[in-house]
Design a protein around this ligand. Structure first.
Ligand code: ATP
Ligand code: MG
Length: 431
């Protein structure tokens, strides 16, 4: 139980803080929120990706009827499920003219309140409250949300800045039609190579000096490593965790086989296969690492083949030499496909294609990524894409590169070759 006075204090001080101290908020326009459906919106995603700032921005645009509460606030110790009702009462006492109006509740780190799902359900079904919740923990992942809220929540995965958002952070007008052409193209390419190198964590993007960026990324990584892995899962076998980290963070855009890892390391230090599988799962739960499975009809084939791994941000990729640029592009393309809400697989039969993406409407499309198309790889890259198209019975495929751009028609298949940075800016959503 928390007293009304404290709740009032918190509401007022948060309002003041957001309105007075949070000045520059880069709009996250690509996020898909439900417009009319009565659903609670659940924001989840890796730490520092900007979830709290999305709530701040929602507060700014709904300020007359919104409240923001952070359940990590120590003054809220002892807040229980019943206190949500008090929160509403306090708000209406402060703003009585809202009694008949829709309210907007922005609840941060809400996983700290046992049973929060029940409140959300009631709020959207009966109380005329729009609810947006967020939290840093894997407890907010769709698979973890309590059954009470299943079907009544709308989960939105938050990633670090997309390239478009990154440009917006640099005050570039991304709606400018001429951006992709003429002299501005060179500036855009310069920004893109920065984006490849540093990734899109918002705070990192906004820093100016390379030294500070490096330092902040290191800090992020170690905070996530210790808090979201070691402490959270009570990890004891540190040599195993360290080797696995090293391997995963240098294997971005590559296949990763747990069995091979086991064989390579089992004589170096003691660990069981079960433990290895468990630690790997924790990486996925931390949302630092994603896996992409092989495209196959049967679940059995999908599970039996090793997955490819991608990192949540290219700023975290390790051992970058110029030879890894193609893999960085691939990682960026993966993240963008996920931002657009697609399910992603890789294709591998006699030939390979990096991605098969599946849209919400079940449309499939293959995407191949390579640094450039040249004499050496042309046959392989195009051949893989064509085989994927045939397999899916479709006539269009995409190849993403650093700088090549052309339209090809080969064996009845239309192939669009785009520079990744252009493709990132051309999608209809998130203008
Ligand atoms: N849209 C944005 N515009 C400007 N800066 C941002 C934006 N989003 C995030 N930031 C910067 O990145 C920092 C981290 O963002 P934020 O606190 O919103 O992340 P989070 O996902 O809530 O992290 P955590 O999971 O640790 O709570 C902010 O303090 C701010 O400096
Ligand atoms: Mg936060």
């Amino acid at each position: 139980m928390v007293s009304k006075n404290i709740l009032r204090d918190i509401i007022v001080s948060n309002e003041e803080f957001i309105l007075k101290h949070i000045n520059k908020i880069v709009e996250r326009k690509g996020l898909l929120f439900p417009q009319t459906l009565n659903k609670s919106v659940v924001l989840y995603g890796v730490r520092r990706s900007g979830k709290t700032f999305i709530l701040f921005n929602l507060f700014k645009s709904n300020r007359e009827r919104a409240l923001y509460v952070d359940f990590e606030d120590e003054r809220l110790l002892g807040f229980g499920l019943k206190d949500f009702e008090e929160l509403k009462d306090v708000m209406l006492e402060m703003k009585p003219d809202l009694v008949e109006e829709e309210l907007v509740f922005l609840l941060d780190e809400v996983q700290n309140i046992e049973g929060w799902e029940r409140f959300c359900r009631r709020a959207v079904e009966r109380e005329n409250i729009r609810v947006f919740v967020s939290g840093s923990s894997s407890k907010m992942m769709p698979s973890e949300i309590q059954t009470e809220l299943r079907g009544r929540s709308w989960s939105v995965e938050v990633f670090p800045f997309s390239f478009r958002e990154y440009l917006r952070a640099e005050d570039i007008d991304t709606t400018d039609k001429n951006l992709l052409y003429g002299p501005r193209k060179a500036i855009l390419k310069k920004y893109f190579s920065e984006y490849m190198k540093w990734g899109g964590f918002p705070e990192v993007s906004l820093l100016k000096s390379d030294l500070e960026k490096t330092k902040l990324i290191k800090e992020y990584f170690s905070a996530m490593y210790f808090r979201d892995l070691v402490e959270r899962y009570n990890i004891r076998n540190i040599p195993l965790l360290e080797s696995l980290t090293d391997k995963l963070f240098s294997s971005f855009s590559l296949k990763f086989s747990l069995n091979a890892f086991y064989k390579q390391n089992k004589d170096r230090f003691p660990f069981s296969k079960d433990l290895l599988f468990r630690y790997y799962r924790h990486f996925l739960q931390s949302m630092l690492v994603f896996e992409v499975k092989k495209f196959a009809e049967s679940t059995y084939t999908r599970m039996r083949n090793p997955a490819k791994v991608y990192l949540v941000d290219t700023g975290l990729c390790r051992r970058i030499t110029s030879a890894d640029a193609g893999r960085l592009l691939e990682n960026i393309a993966f993240l963008e496909l996920r931002r657009r809400g697609y399910e992603v697989f890789y294709f591998e039969e006699e030939r390979e294609c990096d991605f098969i993406a599946r849209t919400d409407e079940d449309r499939l499309f293959p995407v191949q990524v390579c640094f450039e198309l040249n004499e050496e790889n042309m046959e392989r890259e195009i051949g893989g894409l064509i085989q994927a198209c045939r397999w899916l019975n479709i006539n269009d495929g995409t190849i993403l590169t650093y700088g090549d751009e052309k339209d090809l028609r080969i064996d009845g298949i239309n192939i669009e070759v785009h520079p990744v940075w252009k493709w990132l800016l051309q999608h209809r959503s998130a203008q």
